[in-house]
Design a protein around this ligand. Structure first.
Ligand code: SF4
Ligand code: SF4
Length: 343
């Protein structure tokens, strides 16, 4: 008798649907009882209360197994997600400027609040040289990013610098595309010579994106459309909690910006939300602070483990980030604090 219990319970644990099988075969009452519990867990109480002790025990076991099965699935989903995070390609994002020719509410570089300031070319070269030497062979992508990168006054040189220090890495230049029709021959030449891919994000503004993509083709430069912010669900609001009371581990685990390793000034941060926070602090007198562990000095990067650490582990700043961004409609920024902060 115990064997029948064992078999039925093992079946229900590994394959709940199998509960039907013994019932269909009419092999015994346990099968029927277990099938009942699968479709109607409340039956447990009823039968147990009626004094059918063996049924009650079997059903309780089966109910317990179903709960275990659910827990097991949750754990396995968690482990699979964590492993998938660690398999994501490593990338470095060099911020050329946070200034932008668009003005999107809640921008994760705080561009609507940023002054027209550009990363000095010699700083960019120093950072690229040190990082290329320390981790270049392990980095799969280098991004040039902003703000609007096509506003950067020395863009042809910036692309050449990246190629020089990351000879075997895929280099992508992120842009909202609006200036593509006005870019110089020198720009296109450098993009071709340095095998730079234009990563174009489409925004719901009056602009002929198809013509811009045709221009890339005409100029012989590789491009990729990196999302359309006008599509439903494609525009998100990431909220910060000034009290820093968020569960940093959970925020990091669910983070949409994980892996956006951002290089600005002489530091490397895990994401733009942290790297560019100075614009928000300056504009709204907020006090989102960095603590030791929130960044590395570029000069202190010795190997890929430090970059992986920024990608894979929460930093103190993650305690400011609310775990679930909300979908919102695309719209212009009014530069209100509420676009970024939940008070
Ligand atoms: S185009 Fe991108 S960088 Fe510019 S304001 Fe919009 S979201 Fe920010
Ligand atoms: S601080 Fe942490 S949780 Fe917040 S955006 Fe950056 S990596 Fe994600």
């Amino acid at each position: 008798m115990q064997n029948l219990f064992g078999i039925a319970l093992a079946y229900s644990y590994f394959w709940p649907g199998a509960l039907n099988t013994p019932a269909r075969q009419g092999s015994n009452k346990f099968g029927i009882a277990l099938a009942y519990s699968y479709f109607w867990p409340g039956a447990l109480n009823t039968l147990a209360r009626q004094g059918s002790n063996k049924f009650g025990i079997a059903l309780a076991y089966s109910y317990f197994c179903r709960i275990m099965n659910r827990i097991f699935k949750k754990i396995s989903n968690f482990v699979n997600t964590a492993l998938a995070h660690r398999r994501e390609p490593l990338r470095l994002e060099f911020i050329l400027s946070d200034y932008c020719n668009l003005n999107c509410k809640g921008c994760t570089h705080y561009s609507p609040l940023a002054a027209k300031v550009f990363e000095p070319l010699d700083q960019l070269e120093r950072n690229a040289a040190m990082l290329g030497k320390a981790v270049g062979k392990d980095i799969e992508y280098v991004y040039l990013i902003g703000g609007e990168t096509l506003l950067y006054p020395e863009l042809p040189e910036a692309m050449a610098i990246m190629r020089r220090h990351f000879p075997n890495t895929r280099i992508m230049l992120f842009t909202n595309g609006l200036l593509i029709p006005r870019m110089s021959d020198e720009f296109w030449q450098s993009a071709r010579d340095n095998a730079v891919t234009l990563a174009i994000t489409r925004y719901p503004v009056k602009f002929d994106y198809d013509a811009a993509e045709a221009e890339c083709n005409r100029r012989g430069v590789d491009y990729k459309v990196f999302g359309d912010r006008g599509e439903e669900g494609a525009f998100l609001r990431f909220a910060l909690d000034p009290a820093k009371s968020q569960p940093a581990r959970l925020s990091h685990f669910k983070c949409f910006n994980r892996g956006c390793i951002s290089v600005v000034g002489d530091k490397v941060y895990p994401c733009s939300i942290s790297a560019c926070i100075g614009h928000l602090n300056k504009a709204h007198a907020t006090r989102f602070e960095h603590l030791p562990g929130d960044w590395f000095n570029v000069a202190d990067i010795r190997g890929i483990r430090q970059i992986k650490r920024l990608r894979d582990r929460p930093v103190p700043f993650c305690g400011y980030c609310k775990p679930n961004p909300t979908v919102t409609d695309y719209g212009p920024s009014k530069r209100d604090k509420a676009e970024w902060v939940d008070d």
